[in-house]
Design a protein around this ligand. Structure first.
Ligand code: S3P
Length: 182
């Protein structure tokens, strides 16, 4: 089976959904940021601080190619992964891609609940955060929307709802498998 690749803006729930989906399917879960941190023995904010965003994007691209080589996995990417180089095109040929699409309100709610330090969002006031997210989401949407499937994750306001998203993705995958067998 081709790997399942989840894309979407920061705080859409890619890691949470990815973990749950992988468990449900009985396959391994990889988070691209965690994979980078393991391989480089460094946290993402430290890589940004040492190498700048451009340095991080180079590493991210290389690690995407490494991780996407594994078969039968669920891979959650970073929010910026699809928007650099030919990464989105590459993901579309390497796996089955899903865009977890969330509104600004959902993203901000998830951000407030998250403990992950995100170099692009930290140190922003509430107003700055919203303005930044809105404008970056607008710029990035055309990349995300190249994914093969789009899943609305705005129901993800609590953990019970993850199952709803997981079963939507499984239904799509079953349909795709059916098509391939015919
Ligand atoms: C980024 C998203 C982060 C991480 C890095 C840059 C982005 O991943 O890769 O901080 O540019 O959107 P998450 O989407 O998992 O937060």
């Amino acid at each position: 089976m081709k790997s399942i690749i989840l894309v979407g803006y920061m705080c859409a729930g890619k890691t949470t959904v990815g973990k749950s989906l992988a468990k449900n399917m009985g396959v391994d879960f990889y988070d691209l940021d965690w994979y980078i941190e393991d391989r480089f023995h460094k946290r993402i904010p430290d890589i940004f601080a040492e190498k700048g965003e451009a340095g991080f994007r180079d590493i991210e691209r290389r690690m995407l190619h490494e991780a996407a080589e594994f078969e039968n996995i669920v891979l959650s990417c970073g929010g910026g992964t699809p928007c650099f180089f030919d990464n989105m095109e590459y993901m579309n040929q390497a796996g089955i891609t899903f865009y977890l699409k969330a509104s600004i309100n959902t993203l901000i709610t998830h951000y407030r609940l998250s403990h992950t330090i995100r170099p692009l969002l930290k140190d922003k006031s509430d107003d700055e955060l919203e303005v930044f997210m809105r404008s970056q989401l607008r710029e990035r949407s055309s990349y995300y929307e190249q994914a093969q499937h789009i899943i609305d994750v705005n129901v993800l306001d609590n953990y019970d709802k993850i199952d709803i998203i997981v079963s939507q993705i499984r239904k799509i995958l079953n349909r795709e498998n059916g098509k391939m067998e015919n």
